[in-house]
Design a protein around this ligand. Structure first.
Ligand code: 13P
Length: 271
């Protein structure tokens, strides 16, 4: 059975002192043991957020990682540097593809480095509005998945080990249509679910075989407490990657409470 995951991407918000306080508040307001909760603050807040979340069951994630292990890369952060600070990492977010010009090849390298360091990966994929309007959304997402993951998984997306949960997946895919990010214009639950099915089909084609069914697929893009239910009502969708609303404890409380209902309902009806 796939876990239900709610991940908070704080992007370039919060200074370290605020981040630790906000993380504590969110942990307190989202005490749902059945939901995997992850908070991804800015790099400089990782240590403080880790300390603030100790013992809460909420995991810490980084928002990016470099594709090389070390070297002359001023201002960058490598996977080994994240050891002890984060257990998850977001890779391939559309804002980094757009602003830092990240390529599929680099994203592939980032995932390899993350795996070597034992980090769990949330890989972001999603089409631009023009691509959707041209009927190319599925092709774009399939291409991003192939570029990011070919040769990475070693045919195993599911393995035991400390860095995985009972489900065993180290990889989650976040489908984030670019036109839905930060716009208040979310995709429909049905459209997101249709893409989640495409994602699993593509993963199987990349060589993940039977493991593809066990990989959580999250939706991201203007998720709020008011609309999370539309996504979690879709059996193909296993949670959300939340941006703006993840900075608001009331929103996170509502989102995770709804996710808890889904997690319990799915556990009661084994798939
Ligand atoms: P918003 O929830 O602010 O639209 O951001 C989504 C996102 O990019 C999460 O990674």
């Amino acid at each position: 059975m796939r876990p239900v995951i709610i991940a908070a991407n704080w992007k370039m918000h919060t200074v370290p002192a605020e981040a630790a306080e906000l993380a504590s508040t969110i942990a307190r307001r989202t005490a749902e043991a059945e939901v995997i909760r992850v908070i991804c603050p800015p790099f400089v807040a990782l240590a403080g957020v880790r300390d603030a979340l100790a013992g809460t069951g909420v995991a810490v994630g980084a928002q990016n990682v470099h594709h090389e292990r070390s070297g002359a890369y001023t201002g960058e952060v490598s996977a080994p540097m994240l050891e002890g600070l984060a257990t998850w990492v977001i890779v391939g977010h559309s804002e980094r593809r757009r602003d830092a010009g990240e390529t599929d090849e680099q994203i592939n390298g980032k995932i390899r480095r993350a795996r070597e360091a034992g980090l769990r990966v949330i890989l972001c994929v999603g089409e631009q509005l023009a691509e959707r309007e041209a009927g190319r959304a599925e092709t774009v997402v399939r291409g991003q998945l192939a570029g990011a993951l070919t040769g990475v998984a070693g045919d195993r997306a599911i393995e035991g080990g400390a860095e995985t949960d009972a489900n065993g997946a180290w990889l989650a895919i976040a489908y984030e249509p670019v036109w839905a990010i930060g716009t208040g214009r979310n995709a429909s639950g049905a459209d997101a679910a249709a893409m989640a099915v495409v994602v699993r089909d593509a993963l199987a084609g990349i060589g993940l075989g039977g493991d593809a069914d066990a990989i959580p697929v999250l939706y991201g893009g203007s998720v709020t407490a008011a609309n999370i239910g539309e996504f979690l009502a879709e059996p193909a969708i296993d949670g959300a990657l939340v941006g703006g609303a993840s900075l608001k404890p009331d929103e996170m409380a509502g989102i995770v409470a709804r996710a808890g209902l889904t997690a319990r309902a799915r556990a009661a009806v084994p798939s």
